[in-house]
Write a protein of this length. Sequence first.
Length: 259
Amino acid sequence: KATVSVLNCTLTVLLPTIQTMGFEQPTLRQSEVAGTSVSYELLTQDGPCYDRAVAILAESFYSAEPLTGASGVTRASVEEFFAMLCPQMCDNGLSVVAVTEAGDVAGVFIANDFATPPPPATEAFVQANPEWGNIFAILDAVEEFMTQNCVPGGPKSVATPGIVCHQWCMAVAPEFGGRGIGGGLARAVISNAAGRGFVCSFAEATGAFSAKLLCRAGMDVREKWPYAEWAPEGVESPPFAAIQAPHDATRLLTVRHVE
């Protein structure tokens, strides 16, 4: 059940919530965030933001994610990955889109319940795209560590719905970068998980900027897997050793919502 997190922005402040569709709908007051008025809304598959949100994720993941760049994945495979993944991330009261007053999608952060099985097409995707193998391997290592060491109640509780929120991927549209939208998305997803009664949340931060953003949003680094050292079992050379600074490791970050 491997995943990838894409998180490269700065922090903003989440303000009060309003109730909608049975979930706590995160929103910002209609104030200026670096010159842009933004609200945070739940991601729904039949909503007007869905297609643009998926496109923003795919473009960011292909062009700016350290692991995909080092692995030589194709744009088509990235688009296929998000077309497979995103329907499962919708209508769950967790995933969020940032929408400007003009109706433009400025960013998106997808998350789900870690107890949810992966999409049915995942195995076929992995077999058809072997260049993704090392990406899934390092993220599997992170998730195994998280399962064994970071979940209240121990490994058995991981399979129980409503215990662990998995923060998958975040992306901000290039034209809205550097305005604090990424931090607002992170705070909104964390707030949603807490509001829905999850015990904890975790994320795999594959870049230095993502780790810094999540720490500012209230998460803690629990462990890291350095790119200069890590290799899958049975592989001699670290497959991600060529990744350039400041991206030096994949980090596991967690936050407790319930003590």
